[in-house]
Ligand binder design. Sequence first.
Ligand SMILES: Cc1ncc(COP(=O)(O)O)c(C=O)c1O
Length: 388
Amino acid sequence: MKFSSKMDKLGSAIFAELKARKDALTARGISPIDLSVGSPDRPPAPHILQALKEEVADPGNYVYAISDLPELLEAVKGWYKVRFGVELDPAAEITSLIGSQDGLAHISLTIVDPGDVVLVPDPGYPIFSAGPAIAGAELVKMPMLEENGFLIDFDSIDPADAKRAKFMIVSYPNNPVTALATDEFYRDLIDFAKKYDIVVLHDNAYCELVFDGYRVGSFLSYPGAMDVGVEFNSLSKTYNMAGCRIGFAIGNREVIKNLKIMKSNIDYGIFLPIQKAGIAALTGPQDTVRETALAYQNRRDVLINGLNEIGWPIEKPRATMFVWAKIPEKFDSSMNFVLQLIENTGVLVTPGISFGDRGEGFVRMALVQNEDLMREAIDRIDASGILR
Ligand SMILES: Cc1ncc(COP(=O)(O)O)c(C=O)c1O
């Protein structure tokens, strides 16, 4: 058999490797504490579950959905208006996605031809690079450096690359580095995109997981954003619906039109009960959204206070469901540290290198275990002596 050369560009999944290590621990009678995958462990709100239950029981809901329910698009329009003050034309400026991952994977096929340049963040969430790579793009990395507050420095992008770039991917609050962006950053981003005629894809998956009283907005609320790009958003983290697979691309109508055409050739829309659960989430009571953010904030405090006390200095993130931490100095690579951590403590975290070269020297911990397990992880790390 001969497979596409595209397959060489896709990283072998780190989570599959970590899962194998986790299974090996279990086989040895050690209970793992998994802080590697960012899969929400909290349930959706009761009214969302109720909507899903009722709609699943309706035999009429098993046809191909084909397109988005108008009520779903209206619900997104209403949510963006109330939450961000952004006015949208639902028919032309919103499309649903089978999770934002679906959109991030397929949108490249609508914008790039093989050999075109795409600007991607380093470190970055893996599909940001995998999507353009599948489409045959040449990836140019935009370093996100600690000394710049992990913000992309537009002045450091080679104008020759910028002139060739078809689109760029930007995402704050950021996975994995957890940074937030400033108003000035978004204005500079839009100026840069206009100057070089680059489409902007902004991923806002963590807009509701923001702590300590901070609030973040939408890329689309900045003047000129709708001219240059789209925002991806998702119900996965905001409403704990990750397994339901529902998200949205919102913004520039040309970009949305092309994405809809591409997707209509690939899938037949989202299962109707999930669309209806999405409507329930977006239009129903919103109190669980803040409760979810608070739960992550409390876990963050337990984990970071504890790790600081046992000699691992880490700053508290202001957003996302992750902690981005420098590895102890005695380790020469994030992968080595992660493997030793698993071996000595049963605690699983993700090596920074799996997010790109600029992730080396860091690990990402997902706040997806309860506070008691966070405390146990700290005790195990302390007892193992790995930090000393
Ligand atoms: C930055 C970012 N974008 C997108 C996704 C995918 O979300 P969805 O479940 O909507 O596909 C994730 C999931 O972890 C993410 O961290």
